[in-house]
Design a protein around this ligand. Structure first.
Ligand code: SF4
Ligand code: SF4
Length: 227
């Protein structure tokens, strides 16, 4: 999700790669759970997030939508985000003890926190949101903080997904509301609602990305031509 703020306002002004050290919380999160409340519709999920959650909860995308997610327009696309509910506007996965009930399958945006991603020049880097988490700070390598298996593959996937949406949005400009609605429905159906099987996520995603690029009439991110 694009944010209309300057990097200087929310970060230490620096950009980091996965091999860099950042100053962030100790990993001994204090459990205040403020990062799991009051997020509005800002915690947008990517296809892998939905694949992970569906696997962990043994349900489909519809099952997630019934209780935990909602659909909102983000950067021109209809995408799912974590739904905040109740008087304290809490994520549905947060339990009464203030702990995440899907910790191992939590979405990428939760894994990143308090880091964020800054996209530029067909790539992205990480930044640290300095006003968000009250836990004590220490230095840690970005890749250690993320603890995501096959990180280079994951980062390539994140890039491909981001620039697919961006390129598709550019290709749709001026095509009218009907085409835009059709494209939004396609993205939702192809990358979220259609069930994923248990084989390698990245390979399945690459196939769907080629399908998406053909539909949108653009080159598939990652260099492969769609047609
Ligand atoms: S804001 Fe920081 S300390 Fe509070 S729950 Fe989130 S990670 Fe933990
Ligand atoms: S999924 Fe877990 S970590 Fe993420 S906002 Fe919800 S409760 Fe917090």
């Amino acid at each position: 999700m694009k944010r209309d703020v300057s990097l200087e306002e929310i970060s230490d002004g620096r950009l980091y790669g996965s091999g860099d050290m950042v100053r962030t919380d100790t990993g001994g999160c204090e459990g205040c759970s403020s990062c799991c409340r009051g997020m509005g519709s800002s915690a947008v999920l990517d296809p892998m997030d939905v694949w992970r959650l569906c696997g962990a909860l043994s349900c489909g995308f519809d099952g997630l939508l019934e209780k935990y997610l909602e659909l909102k327009v983000t950067d021109g696309w209809v995408l799912p985000n974590l739904k905040m509910t109740g008087k304290d506007e809490a994520c549905g996965f947060l339990n009464e003890q203030g702990r995440c009930t899907v910790h191992d399958a939590r979405p990428g945006v939760c894994r990143l926190f308090p880091l964020g991603r800054y996209y530029s020049g067909r790539d992205f880097q990480y930044f640290v949101q300095i006003h968000e988490c009250p836990a004590p700070k220490t230095k840690v390598k970005v890749k250690k903080w993320l603890q995501i298996p096959q990180l280079p593959r994951y980062e390539a996937y994140i890039r491909d997904w981001h620039f697919f949406l961006e390129d598709a949005a550019a290709a749709l400009e001026g095509m009218g509301d009907a085409m835009h609605t059709k494209a939004c429905t396609f993205v939702l159906e192809t990358f979220y609602a259609r069930p994923w099987d248990e084989t390698d996520f990245y390979e399945q995603f690459a196939g769907r990305l080629r399908e998406g690029a053909r539909f949108m009439g653009i080159a598939a991110p990652g260099g492969e031509e769609s047609r």
